[in-house]
Design a protein around this ligand. Structure first.
Ligand SMILES: Nc1nc2c(ncn2[C@@H]2O[C@H](COP(=O)(O)OP(=O)(O)OP(=O)(O)O)[C@@H](O)[C@H]2O)c(=O)[nH]1
Length: 320
């Protein structure tokens, strides 16, 4: 639903408090209930400059240009990854300098082009400039604007699951590939948890899909509450979630998963208004020799999840 725009005179309250009597009412004897306009859904914070892929591989992907320079390239370690053969591993760099922004071609095989002209080394960037990187085109947006918000909303839609607002599977896979590459390069620990709701079909069958959806939303909220800011939480299937935990070895991941399992087991679910115990099973796997890429890591966590299910559910199993 579109957010309501409050007039300057209308006070605003959080969404849950739409109707209440004003505490600082200038007419204390007036008992009229006044409707307070909510701020509507949370808006993304004001953005700094960013580059958005507007054509070709990586369409919709965005990188903000804050303090750190942004590396654009095919490498999984780039800040804006464009996984296409026409793009060099390290293609170009964009950064803020004083009040302006600059771009540098990093000797890419297909030289970076700015508004269809080859960049001669380094160049200044202006709002709306188009940067051609291999066969993809990026747009530079220098400030908060309607267009920047449009791209932000498109990006949210493309990367998040509508039901739970966690990352969706596609985005999780992209981010996980990057995180795993980084962890391997720096020899850092990293673990993956795959979470599956136990006996969810009977919940749907008994209370209906809408109540089932509410249960999924509640579980997603618990995942979010337990995850650290660096963790990646996603809904990767109907009643399946994934959590990627950087800087976390198998032992720490197991402890984390067990806390999450317990939190779900004691949470007050009430599908169809009827109190119901819901549990989850979790498979955990850590990066290891021979398990150094995302498909192998996911397969290992899946195998552990399968064991957790077959050993009776509501448990955490770790793949050795
Ligand atoms: N409400 C709702 N249900 C979903 C959604 N996606 C998948 N499901 C349901 O999730 C259920 C998964 O059931 P199963 O795969 O048989 O597994 P289960 O009953 O959870 O049993 P175990 O996994 O073996 O513990 C099915 O009933 C699906 O219809 C969704 O988005 N919303």
């Amino acid at each position: 639903m579109a957010a309501l725009t409050a007039s300057p005179a209308a006070a605003t309250l959080a969404g849950a408090d739409r109707t209440r009597t004003m505490a600082s009412d200038p007419h204390p004897n007036d008992t009229t209930q006044r409707t307070m306009l909510s701020q509507g859904p949370l808006r993304p914070a004001r953005r700094s400059a960013c580059v958005v892929v507007i054509h070709g591989e990586g369409l919709g992907r965005r990188a903000d240009i804050d303090e750190a320079p942004v590396l654009v390239g095919r490498s999984q370690e780039a800040d804006l990854v464009i996984a296409h053969k026409s793009v060099s591993r390290e293609h170009c760099r964009i950064w803020r300098e004083g009040d302006g922004y600059r771009i540098l071609d990093l000797g890419a095989t297909n030289a970076t082009r700015l508004n269809d002209r080859r960049i001669d080394g380094e160049s200044a960037l202006a709002d709306g400039d188009q940067v051609t990187v291999g066969e993809s085109i990026l747009k530079f947006i220098s400030q908060d604007s309607v267009e920047a918000r449009y791209h932000e909303e498109i990006y949210q839609l493309a990367t998040h699951d509508a039901l739970t607002e966690l990352y969706n599977r596609r985005h999780f896979i992209e981010m996980a590939d990057k995180e795993i590459a980084r962890a391997m390069r720096h020899a850092r620990p990293l673990s993956l948890c795959i979470v599956d709701v136990d006996l969810f079909k009977p919940v749907n069958d008994r209370y209906g899909h809408i109540s089932g959806d509410e249960v999924l939303r509640q579980i997603a909220a618990l995942l979010r509450r337990h995850a650290r800011s660096d963790d990646l939480a996603a809904r990767i299937g109907g009643e399946e979630f994934a959590l990627l935990l950087p800087e976390c070895d198998a032992l720490a991941a197991q402890a984390f998963a067990d806390r999450l399992r317990e939190a779900v087991a004691v949470a007050p679910f009430a599908p169809g208004g009827e109190p119901q115990r819901i549990t989850i099973s979790i498979g955990v796997a850590a990066l290891a020799t021979g398990r150094d890429a995302r498909p192998a890591l996911m397969a290992a966590a899946d195998a552990a999840l399968y064991r957790a299910k077959s050993e009776g559910r509501n448990r955490v199993c770790v793949e050795p």
